[in-house]
Ligand binder design. Structure first.
Ligand code: AMP
Length: 433
């Protein structure tokens, strides 16, 4: 297919200049599929995850349409509303609005819970054209009379499936009822469970449907490997892997907040610059950790799925799944943090015997096997056993299609390992699912 340009999508000169300054040379698939129909005023159902360029796909046309009718921002009455499930995502969307709209004379605000209301209220009283909000704080401020939604003409629900996971769906419906029927509505979701499909039916009128398969994001551009190990070996394995300085900007995922803290403490003790972000941290602490990570002061960010969802940090070189997620979709979201917008990324996963079923589900979802790393070097450390026993226990689990040094992965703990052979044998023991 010939490559479309942003100009061909119908974006105006001011937008084009901004995009050029941002070095966005060609639109991503969701952008060239969504922008023209959004500029025509169509509703949109976008099945896409972070990393596909979806934020620009909705922010650019909305900003353009808002700027076509230049009215002064009315106190308390925004004209566009973007709902996001987490404060991090809301902040990030706000940053995109600021970047893409810098040549336009539009005002925007970002509101979310966990911080004082006053600055947010002041902004609303002065008036904004576009509001980015999380549902709880938005309803609070509506309840207190600081915001009215009767002038909204553009309504975006971002990461609808995450809204559902986080229990916001009733709030979302309540908010949608306060917005005039005559509006342009957009709903984005990485997955389409039945509740979200029903919500989309209620919110959207004759929507254009754009689906960006996560497979494009993950399997094609991300080097994926799995290490089979015992749970108790994971920390040392992580430290060994991080000894390689090619792992410049790393996100380590855990399933729980508790584990995130433990892993961060362990790495800090090993003098590896690490911070953890998760739901129990204060808003300020999370923002500080993210800022340090962005600047490169913190090399490793340890995160849980919810905390990391929607974080937009470019140039993450490696994602390490310290624990595999029990929902296979989360794997796709996690590893989507690396290989953003065209870059090559690496995702390494630690799989303990009791996580094998999770791995199977993930491989089913991404429709390919994740290459195993470590078997060959580990095998070299295993003393030869009688043939019949060896063929059962030490048989490499997979064909290792992708095996071999991967450009950026480096990091295999190969030669250095000092683990006793006994524990290695257990790695591939018959109890593995
Ligand atoms: P998103 O999926 O909206 O979170 O975007 C992922 C990342 O891709 C962000 O860092 C954007 O700045 C970047 N991005 C979005 N669209 C483009 C594009 N057309 N060309 C290059 N980078 C882009």
């Amino acid at each position: 297919m010939t490559e479309l340009t942003f100009a061909q999508l119908g974006l105006d000169q001011r937008m084009l200049e901004t995009l050029e300054a941002e070095n966005y040379s060609i639109p991503t698939p969701i952008q060239y599929q969504a922008i023209p129909s959004l500029l025509k005023g169509r509703d949109l159902l976008g099945i896409a995850q972070t990393g596909t360029g979806k934020t620009a796909a909705f922010v650019l046309p909305i900003l353009q349409k808002l700027s076509e009718k230049p009215v002064k921002a009315a106190p308390r009455r925004p004209r566009a509303l973007i709902l996001a499930p987490t404060r991090e995502l809301a902040i990030q969307i706000g940053e995109s609005v600021k970047t893409y709209g810098r040549n336009l004379h539009l005002r925007h605000a970002v509101i979310f819970g966990g911080v004082g209301q006053s600055p947010q209220i002041q902004k609303m009283v002065r008036g904004v054209h576009l509001l980015v909000a999380t549902p709880g704080r938005l309803l609070d401020l509506i309840g207190q009379g600081h915001i009215e939604l009767d002038a909204i003409s553009f309504f975006v629900l971002d990461e609808a499936d995450r809204m559902l996971d986080m229990g916001f769906i009733h709030d979302v419906k309540k908010i949608a009822r306060l917005i005039p029927e005559k509006r342009q509505s957009l709903l984005f979701s990485a997955t389409m469970p039945r509740d979200i499909a029903r919500l989309a039916e209620n919110l959207l009128k004759n929507p254009e449907r754009v689906e960006i398969s996560p497979k494009i994001v993950t399997v094609d551009r991300i080097d994926q490997h799995v290490y089979f190990c015992e749970s108790g070996e994971k920390r040392d394995l992580l430290a060994e892997i991080l000894a390689d300085e090619n792992l410049r900007r790393v996100i380590v995922f855990t399933r729980t907040k508790h584990r995130a803290n433990r892993v961060a403490e362990f790495l800090s003790k090993r003098k590896i610059e690490t911070e953890a972000i998760h739901g129990n941290k204060s808003q300020g602490a999370r923002q500080r950790a993210l800022a340090n990570f962005r600047k490169g002061d913190t090399r490793v960010l340890v995160a849980t799925d919810i905390a990391a969802r929607g974080i937009d940090i470019d140039d993450v070189t490696h994602v390490i799944n310290f624990e595999l997620p029990n929902e296979p979709e989360s794997y796709v979201h996690r590893i989507g943090r690396t290989a953003r917008a065209g870059a090559q990324g690496v995702a390494l996963s630690f799989c303990a015997p009791d996580e094998r079923p999770y791995l199977r589900d993930i491989e089913k979802l991404i429709k390919s096997e994740i290459a195993s790393k470590g078997e060959r070097p580990l095998m070299e450390h295993i003393p030869q056993k009688p043939k019949n026993e060896q063929s059962q226990n030490n048989r490499p689990r997979r064909s290792n299609r992708k095996r071999g040094p991967s450009k950026a992965a480096g990091a295999a703990p190969q030669e250095k390992s000092s683990k006793p052979a006994r524990s290695r044998r257990r790695r591939r023991g018959p109890k593995a699912a």
